[in-house]
Structures are given as structure tokens and as C-alpha cells.
Design a protein around this ligand. Structure first.
Ligand SMILES: Nc1nc2c(ncn2[C@@H]2O[C@H](COP(=O)(O)OP(=O)(O)OP(=O)(O)O)[C@@H](O)[C@H]2O)c(=O)[nH]1
Ligand SMILES: [Mg+2]
Length: 196
């Protein structure tokens, strides 16, 4: 698969409640987390979208090939407009712009993410059975939804689930076949939620 057959979506819209400050801007080896993730994404995909409710916060980062998608507010359960609705809604909003059959979804807080592992996974995508809507790592009895691949065609089903009030990747994924990706280096999916 070539880079122009894959789009990447990077999510940067969390409230970082556990960390206490915006994880996207925390530097790892002097490079802010979001910039680092986008650089990796840019080596895998021609088009990289950053879905965020606050693009102005990240405008100063060096992201030559990435484009912002401003997340739109949705009314919450109480009828009030809320800026963020969690990663599933951010993903669905990004997916509306995608034109390729496969999309790589990434959280912005994966300091140990490795490009070679992503490349190896990408080389397997063409063999994923047609019925599988995603290809993800499975561990500790759950899918790792924020570092893996989805087929663009899952968007209508995803929107239906969200309209019904669903917000959980795990619950949504349970309804479909998903291809398991091998994870040799467990560390790679380490995400930081509090200072190490
Ligand atoms: N676009 C978007 N991204 C989100 C949203 N909520 C979480 N994310 C992203 O999803 C990834 C994983 O989220 P979490 O690890 O829960 O991060 P968080 O929500 O900022 O942190 P906590 O408040 O401690 O849960 C991170 O890359 C977040 O930026 C959202 O509402 N919109
Ligand atoms: Mg969260």
C-alpha cells in the first residue's frame, strides 16, 4: 500500500484531566507530543488531519503536511452545547473528510510510538478480510482503538451509533469483525496520563 492510499487522523481534543495540562503540548525530547505524532503520521500517509476543538492552540507547531479539522460542538445529554465529546465523536468528524479506503487513527499521547511498527502493520492491510471494519491491537480484554486502522466505510454505522448516544469505542467495535494486529513491543502503546 502506498502513502496516498492511507489517510491519518490524529486526535487532540482531550481535557487532559489526569495529566493536568494539555498532553498534546508536552515536549518529549524537546518536541511537543502532537508535533511528534504528526511527524510519524506524515511518513505513513499523504494526508494527515488533526481533529481538535481548539486549532489555535497548536497553530505554532511545525506540521508541514497536516491539516486541522475543527471539531464542532454537539449538544450533550442535558441539551447544552459541549465542545468535546470524547475520541469516538472526534474520529467520526475526521472520518467525514477521508477519501481513502483505510485510515490510521492515532491519539496524540503515544510517546513511544514507532514508525517501523506502523509501516509493518500497513504492509498487512491489503490482506485484511473484507468483512473486518478495523485492524487493531487486542490486549487486556480490550481493543486499543487509538493506534490502529479503520475502513472509511464504517462511517455511516459509526454515525448511527453516535446519534443513539453511543460514545464507547469498545462497545461500538463489539458489533463487528475486527482484525487483530500483532504487538511485539508492549511499550509502544504506552500513553501517559500522569507524570512519569
Ligand atoms: N478530538 C478529540 N480528541 C479527544 C477527545 N477526547 C479525547 N481525545 C483524544 O483522545 C486521546 C486519548 O484520550 P485520553 O487519554 O482520555 O486523554 P484526555 O481525555 O485528554 O485525558 P483525561 O481527561 O485524563 O481522560 C488523546 O489523544 C486525546 O487528545 C475529544 O473530545 N475530541
Ligand atoms: Mg479521556
Amino acid at each position: 500500500m502506498t502513502n496516498d492510499q492511507l489517510t491519518a487522523i490524529v486526535l487532540a481534543g482531550g481535557k487532559s484531566r489526569r495529566m493536568g495540562r494539555d498532553k498534546a503540548l508536552i515536549p518529549i525530547e524537546d518536541v511537543p507530543m502532537l508535533q511528534r505524532i504528526c511527524q510519524i503520521a506524515e511518513t505513513c500517509a499523504e494526508q494527515v488531519y488533526i481533529v481538535t476543538p481548539w486549532p489555535e492552540r497548536y497553530q505554532h507547531l511545525l506540521l508541514p503536511k497536516s491539516q486541522f479539522i475543527q471539531e464542532l460542538p454537539l449538544p450533550d445529554e442535558t441539551g447544552n452545547e459541549s465542545k468535546t465529546h470524547g475520541p469516538l465523536v472526534g474520529f467520526a468528524q475526521g472520518l467525514t473528510q477521508v477519501k481513502t479506503d483505510w485510515v490510521l487513527l492515532l491519539a496524540c499521547d503515544l510517546p513511544k510510538l514507532r514508525v517501523e511498527v506502523l509501516q509493518e502493520w500497513i504492509s498487512r492491510l491489503q490482506q485484511v478480510p473484507e468483512e473486518a471494519i478495523a485492524a487493531l491491537v487486542y490486549r487486556n480484554n480490550r481493543w486499543e482503538p487509538l493506534c490502529g486502522f479503520y475502513r472509511r466505510r464504517c462511517l455511516p454505522e459509526l454515525n448511527k451509533y453516535i446519534e443513539q448516544g453511543g460514545r464507547s469505542f469498545q462497545e461500538w467495535l463489539k458489533q463487528y469483525p475486527v482484525q487483530v494486529l500483532p504487538l511485539v513491543d508492549q511499550e509502544m502503546l504506552f500513553n501517559f496520563n500522569s507524570l512519569i
